[in-house]
Ligand binder design. Structure first.
Ligand SMILES: CCCCCCCCCCCCCCCCCCCCC/C=C/C(=O)SCCNC(=O)CCNC(=O)[C@H](O)C(C)(C)COP(=O)(O)OP(=O)(O)OC[C@H]1O[C@@H](n2cnc3c(N)ncnc32)[C@H](O)[C@@H]1OP(=O)(O)O
Ligand SMILES: Cc1cc2nc3c(=O)[nH]c(=O)nc-3n(C[C@H](O)[C@H](O)[C@H](O)COP(=O)(O)OP(=O)(O)OC[C@H]3O[C@@H](n4cnc5c(N)ncnc54)[C@H](O)[C@@H]3O)c2cc1C
Length: 667
């Protein structure tokens, strides 16, 4: 029976029954006790600060209030980060996630893309000129690339920047309605500058797309400057806190020095100097793609915390007539929906950790002049961005459904998480498009394999013998699971390549053959990412040093991730009889065993993520499990309940009850 104060007794029991020390697992997730301590310190600074608690809850705010309140919060975060000397991205990330959870910042693009683009693409002189202004928010900027007509195909952007050697200026224009910038975050009302991606024309030639710094608003009055039309694009699926905007440029002149010229240049006489690699200008997108992996993992982890704690507290349906109603977490169907997602949240966290490290290492090499790893960084970041945002967005929605009716209420905190994470499937490269970029890389690797050339370590699985059968036995060993994923990916890569080859042989051009094979190419890319994430998870639990009880529990979770992925995608694993029917049965049986094995640790696994209630903002996911009192308090706090009888009753219901409908004819 649940008590109304203290910790709900079911939840308390769950915590007593777990097989490992939660603190040990938190230490492992966040890379050591010192880092856990630091994270808690940063969370506490935010959650205990009365500033963040003075606003009404997000769900009760109008769109304009969402923007204004979130703006205040983020300007305050900016000030506090300076005061507290929080310079490390990880520190800022933890402080911010607690201060304004899942509230997309009206100065976010300034921090995440505008400043990093100046840092990475600007010359020393440009950095000296702009960075102090950007740091002090005198310049507030965004990354304005997408246009109404083109987001994916950036070579097709229509905005022009034409160099005029007489005045040593670029003239920027939006020549058509489809060329107007559309979607950039913070563009509508907040920013006074933009980094505009535009087609560069000099000496009568088009030199492709480049970045230009354009001032769009007066620095004193904030009014749009001459030649600038700018505004908010209106309400969206979510992101109400963000003024995604539109921008039209008409003969806007900027000095030559406003083209970002670290790599490409236009000399005073108009001579164009090429960059060492044309795609180096895409670096800011790679940065955000890499960050999205951790962002998506965090969203799913929080959704799992909410849904699993609630499933331990919620009781529904007597199992035998007259008996006690069961905790819904004991229903196998609930476990089957939630525990693989729990495993996925861990898999994605480890993928996010890897991605962050790999990004830092590779960009350091690029900045040192070694561009060799650029294609790998592009393929891995595009693939993990797409894979993680797909899996995590779908997972958050399943977590919401697993909470029944209460999951549909904003009181659950789940809709807010969902609308914050799901645009990650679209921005920074639509996911299908990103998977096709991965496929392009895979086809190149396949070509190398055919030519007997060396492959990067993470692609060496492609040379596996596809006639080999699975080594799977009753033990369901981790190495056999990894081998299965790699086998499936290798076969799908070969099949996609064969499809293209066949089309070429039938007389199609390479482009037509590509277009005729994109579904198979996408399957191959997804299978490759799935194999990559699974292997990373397995290596993390096998090779890392950690407490033995944690390792044992985490190994079960890792196995569940791998086995569930096979059972759910069985067709791809048995198409070439890699598994026989006996092995399929072993895997299905193992899946059920793993659900039961994980059951006593489910709450401990989510507790280990260590998200305070103030971050979750959920009546259902509270640490103390007092969900019913919280739901009641939430309902009572609704502005709809401020008056016992609403004005609308007297205006509309009462007259209708008396058969009077005149008020409608006045409209
Ligand atoms: C444990 C916890 C720790 C936590 C710590 C973490 C701390 C980290 C901090 C986290 C911070 C918070 C995270 C928050 C995240 C959320 C932020 C939200 C903000 C999002 C705002 C959104 C912004 C945007 O959307 S900006 C616009 C983005 N637009 C796109 O992405 C467009 C997509 N299109 C493209 O990229 C291209 O057009 C493309 C790739 C589809 C085709 O390009 P192309 O030029 O037409 O290419 P093509 O000629 O066909 O040639 C392809 C050729 O080029 C190679 N290529 C392409 N891109 C790249 C690249 N980037 N790098 C290298 N190479 C590239 C490609 O491989 C081909 O090569 P070849 O095959 O050799 O020809
Ligand atoms: C919340 C949000 C914030 C954003 N913030 C910014 C920002 O700050 N700055 C900025 O510049 N942009 C921003 N964007 C824009 C975003 O980057 C683009 O919307 C995104 O890159 C997708 O491009 P698109 O809208 O043109 O989609 P489209 O390319 O039109 O996609 C539509 C469909 O066509 C398919 N498709 C398109 N091309 C291909 C292809 N070659 N092969 C196969 N299928 C294809 C896609 O898979 C998709 O299903 C934001 C978008 C959102 C939703």
């Amino acid at each position: 029976m649940a008590t109304t104060t203290g910790v709900n007794s079911d939840l308390a029991k769950e915590r007593n029954n777990s097989t490992f020390d939660v603190e040990e697992l938190s230490n492992f997730i966040y890379r050591g006790p010192e880092k856990v301590k630091r994270r808690r310190y940063l969370h506490n600074l935010a959650t205990k600060d009365p500033f963040f608690r003075k606003f009404k809850p997000w769900a009760f705010q109008t769109r304009e209030e969402q923007y204004e309140i979130c703006l205040q919060k983020h300007l305050y975060i900016n000030k506090k980060c300076k005061e507290l000397n929080l310079t490390e991205p990880v520190d800022k990330f933890f402080y911010t996630e607690a201060a304004a959870p899942h509230e997309n910042s009206p100065i976010g693009l300034h921090t995440v893309m505008f400043i990093p683009t100046i840092e990475k693409q600007g010359t020393e002189e440009q950095k000296k000129r702009w960075l102090p202004l950007a740091e002090s928010l005198k310049m507030i900027g965004t990354y304005a690339q997408t246009e109404m007509g083109h987001g994916t195909f950036i070579r097709g952007l229509e905005t022009t920047a034409t160099y005029d050697p007489r005045t040593r200026e670029f003239i920027l224009n939006s020549p058509t309605i489809t060329s107007m910038k559309y979607w950039p975050g913070n563009l509508g009302k907040t920013t006074n500058h933009c980094l505009v991606m535009a087609q560069l024309y000099t000496q009568g030639k088009n030199c492709g797309i480049h970045m230009f710094m354009v001032q769009i608003r007066d620095l004193e009055t904030h009014m749009p400057l001459a030649g600038i039309e700018v505004g908010d694009i209106g309400p969206k699926f979510g992101y109400g806190t963000n003024d995604n905007g539109f921008l039209r440029l008409s003969n806007v002149r900027i000095p030559r020095e406003n083209m970002l010229m670290r790599y490409s240049k236009v000399l005073e006489d108009g001579t164009y100097v090429k960059p060492p690699n044309a795609k180096i200008a895409y670096g800011s997108m790679v940065l955000v793609r890499a960050a999205i992996v951790t962002d998506a993992a965090r969203a799913l982890a929080q959704a799992c915390v909410i849904s699993i704690r609630y499933s331990a507290v919620r009781r529904q349906t007597e199992v035998s007539p007259g008996g006690e109603e069961a905790q819904i977490i004991d229903y196998q169907t609930q476990q089957y929906r939630l525990f693989p997602l729990l495993a996925t949240s861990y898999a994605m966290y480890f993928a996010g950790r890897f991605m962050y490290d790999f990004y830092l290492k590779t960009t350091a090499e690029i900045e040192g002049g070694n561009l060799d790893s650029m294609p790998q960084l592009h393929a891995i970041s595009a693939g993990l961005k797409a894979f993680s945002s797909w899996m995590c967005s779908a997972g958050v929605e399943t977590c919401r459904l697993c909470c029944g009716g209460h999951g549909y209420s904003h009181a659950s905190g789940l809709p807010k998480i969902y609308i914050d994470v799901v645009p990650g499937c679209t921005y920074e490269g639509e996911n299908n498009v990103m998977m096709l970029q991965v496929a392009r890389f895979l086809m190149k690797m396949y070509g190398k394999l055919q030519n007997g050339e060396a492959l990067p370590t993470f692609m060496q699985y492609m040379s596996t013998d596809l006639n080999k059968k699975s080594c799977m036995t009753e033990e369901v060993a981790l190495n056999c699971l990894v081998m299965a994923y790699e086998h499936r990916a290798a076969r799908m890569i070969r099949d996609a390549a064969a499809s293209m080859e066949k089309l070429v042989q039938s007389g199609k051009s390479p482009v037509e053959a590509w277009n005729g094979s994109t579904v198979m190419l996408t399957w191959a890319a997804i299978a490759h990412c799935h194999a990559f994430v699974t292997k990373l998870f397995v290596e993390t639990v096998v090779k890392s040093r950690m407490d033995s009880k944690v390792q044992s529990a985490l190994t079960s979770l890792c196995k569940l991730y791998a086995v569930h992925g096979i059972v759910e995608n069985l067709g791809g694993f048995i198409q070439d009889q890699f598994f026989d029917s006996k092995q399929v049965k072993i895997l299905q049986k193992k899946l059920m065993q793993l659900l039961a094995e994980i059951r006593p640790n489910a709450v401990a696994f989510v507790d280990a993520f260590d998200y305070p209630d103030e971050v979750l903002q959920s009546c259902l996911g509270r640490y103390d499990g007092q969900v019913y009192q919280a739901l009641y308090d939430y309902a009572k706090s609704s502005p709809m309940n401020e008056k016992e009888v609403l004005d609308s009753y007297y205006k509309y219901i009462k007259p209708a009850q008396n058969g009077k409908y005149q008020q409608y004819s006045k409209l």
